[in-house]
Structures are given as structure tokens and as C-alpha cells.
Design a protein around this ligand. Structure first.
Ligand code: C2O
Ligand code: CU
Length: 593
């Protein structure tokens, strides 16, 4: 791609030999009229009606929810421009599942990596997916509850050929609809006492859905997945829901899982799928050579909630419908109850992993204990600390650069305090460490237990599995030996093994292993949007001060350090940004450009 690079700043760059990713010399550049972004996302808020619910203020991307399908290739750097066209709301765009280690201000997290984009400004995101991470991802705003609708699919294609053969690929994007609007939900979640969002009123498939919610029928039109007989389709399931832990299946069609969270797996046959918010799976669906009927339902149901929400879509062998399909009168399928530990120990990498960290290599185990408190507002804490949009006052990385309100996290204090530094509220780790991160479910103040899809930014972890009570490395190792290599993931479920227990009882764990290789400030959080707003988020700082802040110095990143700083463009001003990688491509595209 061609654009001019203006020398508006001088860069002092310390080449850190810490990365297997592209480590190029950062360059300053003004994105003036000669700069053409690879894709443009325009975020607005408009009144629209979804499913069978009345119209309300909804965050849209390029006019729709979900937004356009974005396709990029691994190994190439892209620039995606995100416009905040909302009148009175901040915005960020997060590239869910991408590791973004090379472009520290482009992860799209308002509390960690950047100031949010002010109303009527835009920001250019630099995106680079390392070779080997092609797969299924999505993008979403990381501000408040906006991701409920301000989201869309992000597909990373291989540099070469896909290891699996299929005729076509199709997206199955899951979302929730709530009756209340996003601002009302957000305000209620931080209110004292809590005013709950309400349950999901419908699970949408590719933006549409009807079925029932808490026993009440919702007769809205359905999405269709158009297929032909005797073919193989790669269905890319994306858990873009806010709350719903979905169980789904097709009538008379099985699925063969081939990818989880951006990693190819050995093929695994299943008749149904469980998918939590933030998770992605690809599965091959082989259509019937001689279908007995022209339409088969896809049935999707919520799990682990007090009420049941059920939605449908249609696998259509016939002509494109002239009038939309509606939900069935009779239930086509009975979906199984929650399978705890679904696919744990069962999925294995397609090619043998080279760098799975063994138990012997683990240098430190950090147990992150999650707990719900009900004093005053209802909040979620991790090792006794919540993380909300009011703490910290600045994005964490910005604070570290500004060196004003936050001290760099202290390893010493963290080691003395179960891994978290109580002053900076971060979990610090040194480059070279091999962490075992155990997420521990506990009975809430009132005894309740919940399920949580835990998501990590910055790196994919090796998922060691899950179980009841507390983690025991020795017995889990035996299980791993028996089953074979785990896979890398970025979002996996913390289950509950009862709906209530006593306050503080350890009941349910999930364990990850991660090699700390990339310096940066990363979030680990539950992906249920309600829980995030209620404090269920943590910040991890990988690397020491020189490694984290030394990539580019303060004078060069000045434009990133203030709200609405010079890296944010608007009608009257081109942004001046830092290019952290080179190797630009020009073939990202969206389907509605
Ligand atoms: Cu999709 Cu921080 O998350
Ligand atoms: Cu949660």
C-alpha cells in the first residue's frame, strides 16, 4: 500500500530480542489524505428493532449488527480505521483473539491499552496476525456494554492452503438481545443495589432470531444458511453473545470440529456444540446427498441461566425463500443439558505442538480466585480486587508511560500477595516465566455459583482442562498424559458444579499454562459483559519497565497519552501515529465496502 511517511517525530528505538513476531523499527506517520486504510468501520448508535422486540438505541457497525465480515491474511500488517460516529459515547475496537503484541496501543481496551476514541473522532488500528494463527475471530467495542451489538466477524485466512478441504465457508455469529438498551443495562449493573440487565430475550444467529424466551413465544423471522446437497461447509461459529452460554445443534446433521479459537485441531465429531461468549469453533458440516426435506433447523439454547432462551435458524437446501422462515411450531430437537468440561482433554492440535510447557517447566502458579460480593453494589472480585471502568482513572499502559498516578507493578509485592500487586492491582510476570494460571470458582457471599468464560488478551494459553473443587497438578497431569496434548485457546469456561454452596467454598477450577514471551499490558477477564462491568476483569503486565515501555519512548508516543491526543483524527485533523510493524498489505476487505 502506498502512503507517505512524514517524519513528524524522531524515534529512539531499542531493538528487543524478545519476540518471534515481527519486530520492526517503529516509524512515525501522519495519516493524511494520501493514506488509505485497508478497511473502515463506522460505529453509530441508532434506533433499531431486533428479533421481536421494540426498537431501541443500538450500537451498529457500518449500519448493521453484526457489522461487516472483515477478512485479513496472516503475516501481513493492516490498518483498520474505526470512526466513532456516536454523539456522546466513547468507543474502542478490540480484535478478539488476536494477540496484538506488536502494536501495544492497538488492542482496543479502554482500561488497558488506549484512551477510548472520543465522539466524532477516529483511530487507526494497526493489526498483524503472526503466521500460524489463521482462524476465526471477531471484533467488538470494549467500552461498557457496547459489544452486545457493536461487533462483527473477523476472519484470518492462511498464507497458504487450509489443512482441511471444504467447498465453502459460512459464518454462524451468535448474539444476545436484551429488552433494555445498553446504557440502561450498564447503569443498572453498577447501581447499588444491583439492577440486573434481565436475561437474554433472544439468541440471534447472524443478526436474526425467533423462538422463545422464558416460555413466551417470539415469532420473528430467522436467518438462513444456504447449502447445496453433498457438499462440505466450514461453519465458523462465533460466540458473540453478551451473556448466553449456548448449546446448539442442527437437525439430522453432525459437526466435525476442526478449529478452536484460531488453532486447527484434529477432527472431532460431535452432534452438538457448547459455545460461551468469546469462544469460536470451526466445524465441517457435510450436507446430505439426498435431503428428505429442503429445510433443517439449527436450534440454539441458553444454558446455566434461571430462564431458558431458545432461538432458531434454518439450514436451507431449497430456493432462497421469498417470505422469511419462522420458528417451528414443534420442537425439532432436544438439546443436552450442560456438559461440564465439554471438549476438555478431547481436542488436540492438528500438528504436534513444539512448545507446550511441561509441568516441570512451570516457574510459578497463580491462583485467581473469583468471588461475588453483595455489600452495597454487587461486584465480582479476583483475589479480593475488582477492576472497573473507574479504576484505574487512565488506561493502564498510558498511566505507566505518564508515570503519574500508577507505579510500575511490583514483583515483590505480587509474590507476597498471591500474584497480584495490591497497589497497582496488576498481576506482573517476568519475560521467560512459565505461568500456571488457575482460575478458582467460589461460592458467592450469598452462596451462589455461576459459569464464566475466561478470556486472555495478548497471548493464547495452553488450556489444561477443568474440574470440580480445586486444581491438583499431579492428577491433572495423569489425565493429560492419557489423553494427549492440550490445545491453545484464548477463551475457556469456568464451570459450576452446583448452583449454590456456602460463602467462599472452592468449587470448580480451570487451569492454563503460558510462556511469558511478549512484553505488554494485557487483560484477562470473564467475557460475560455484565460480569465485566461488575468488576470481573484483571490486568497482567508482562515484562519489566524497560521491556514494556522501551519499545518506543515517551516523546514519540505523546499523542497516545491524552484523551483525544494527536493519534486521534477528526474532521479537521489527520492523526499522527506510530507504525509499529512494517510489511503493509492492502487486501483486507469488508463485505459492504
Ligand atoms: Cu472479546 Cu477483552 O474481549
Ligand atoms: Cu463471569
Amino acid at each position: 500500500m502506498a502512503f507517505l511517511r512524514h517524519s513528524v517525530c524522531t524515534l529512539l528505538f531499542w531493538s528487543l530480542a524478545v519476540s518471534y513476531l515481527v519486530v520492526a523499527s517503529p516509524q512515525c506517520a501522519t495519516h493524511n489524505e494520501t493514506f488509505v486504510p485497508d478497511a473502515v468501520l463506522r460505529v453509530t448508535e441508532s434506533n433499531i428493532s431486533q428479533s421481536c422486540y421494540p426498537s431501541k438505541a443500538t450500537v451498529l457497525v457500518n449500519g448493521t449488527s453484526p457489522g461487516p465480515e472483515l477478512r485479513i491474511k496472516e503475516g501481513i500488517t493492516y490498518w483498520i480505521r474505526a470512526y466513532n460516529d456516536m454523539q456522546d459515547k466513547n468507543l474502542t475496537m478490540h480484535w478478539h483473539g488476536l494477540t496484538q503484541a506488536m502494536a501495544p496501543f492497538a488492542d482496543g481496551t479502554p482500561q488497558a491499552s488506549q484512551w477510548p476514541i472520543p465522539p466524532l473522532y477516529f483511530f487507526d488500528y494497526e493489526i498483524h496476525v503472526p503466521i500460524g494463527m489463521a482462524g476465526t475471530y471477531f471484533y467488538h467495542s470494549h467500552v461498557g456494554f457496547q459489544a452486545v451489538s457493536g461487533t462483527g466477524p473477523l476472519i484470518v485466512e492462511e498464507h497458504g492452503a487450509s489443512p482441511y478441504h471444504y467447498d465453502e465457508d459460512k459464518i454462524v455469529f451468535l448474539q444476545d438481545v436484551f429488552v433494555k438498551d445498553e446504557s440502561t443495562i450498564e447503569a443498572g449493573l453498577v447501581a447499588s443495589p444491583l439492577s440486573w440487565s434481565g436475561e437474554s430475550a433472544m439468541v440471534l444467529v447472524n443478526g436474526k432470531g425467533g423462538g422463545s424466551a422464558n416460555g413466551t413465544a417470539c415469532n420473528a423471522s430467522l436467518s438462513t444458511i444456504e447449502v447445496e446437497p453433498g457438499k462440505t461447509y466450514r461453519l465458523r461459529f462465533i460466540g458473540g453473545t453478551a451473556l448466553t452460554f449456548a448449546s446448539l445443534a442442527f437437525e439430522d446433521h453432525d459437526l466435525e470440529i476442526i478449529e478452536a479459537d484460531g488453532h486447527y485441531t484434529q477432527p472431532y465429531n460431535t452432534s452438538y456444540l457448547q459455545i460461551g461468549t468469546g469462544q469460536r469453533f470451526s466445524a465441517l458440516l457435510r450436507t446430505r446427498p439426498n435431503p428428505e426435506k429442503s429445510t433443517y433447523y439449527l436450534q440454539v439454547e441458553s444454558r446455566e441461566r434461571p430462564t431458558l432462551t431458545r432461538g432458531f435458524a434454518v439450514l436451507n437446501y431449497g430456493l432462497k425463500p421469498t417470505i422469511p422462515f419462522l420458528p417451528p411450531n414443534d420442537l425439532p430437537l432436544t438439546l443436552p443439558n450442560t456438559t461440564r468440561g465439554f471438549l476438555d482433554y478431547e481436542l488436540h492440535p492438528l500438528s504436534p505442538p513444539k512448545d507446550f510447557p511441561t509441568a516441570e517447566e512451570v516457574t510459578r502458579r497463580i491462583t485467581m480466585t473469583v468471588h461475588q460480593r453483595v455489600l452495597g453494589p454487587t461486584i465480582w472480585v479476583q483475589n479480593d480486587y475488582p477492576w472497573t471502568e473507574t479504576f484505574p482513572q487512565e488506561p493502564y499502559l498510558v498511566s505507566l508511560y505518564n508515570n503519574n498516578s500508577l507505579e510500575f507493578p511490583s514483583m515483590e509485592r505480587a509474590l507476597a500477595n498471591d500474584g497480584i500487586d495490591p497497589i497497582s492491582r496488576a498481576f506482573p510476570a517476568q519475560i521467560g516465566e512459565v505461568l500456571e494460571i488457575v482460575i478458582q470458582n467460589t461460592g458467592a457471599d450469598k452462596g451462589g455459583l455461576d459459569v464464566h468464560p475466561f478470556h486472555a488478551h495478548g497471548a493464547h494459553y495452553w488450556d489444561l482442562g477443568s474440574g470440580n473443587r480445586t486444581y491438583d497438578q499431579a492428577s491433572n497431569e495423569v489425565k493429560i498424559q492419557e489423553h494427549g496434548h492440550p490445545i491453545q485457546r484464548d477463551t475457556t469456561m469456568l464451570y459450576r458444579y452446583a448452583t449454590t454452596t456456602t460463602n467462599g467454598t472452592n468449587m470448580g477450577w480451570r487451569a492454563w499454562r503460558i510462556r511469558v514471551t511478549e512484553p505488554g499490558v494485557w487483560m484477562i477477564h470473564c467475557h460475560i459483559l455484565q460480569h465485566m462491568i461488575m468488576g470481573m476483569q484483571t490486568i497482567w503486565v508482562f515484562g519489566n519497565e524497560t521491556e514494556v515501555l522501551g519499545k518506543v519512548g515517551v516523546p514519540e508516543v505523546q499523542g497516545y497519552l491524552t484523551y483525544g491526543g494527536s493519534v486521534y483524527g477528526n474532521e479537521n485533523r489527520w492523526p499522527s501515529v506510530v507504525h509499529f510493524t512494517d510489511n503493509e498489505g492492502s487486501d483486507a476487505w469488508t463485505d459492504n465496502q
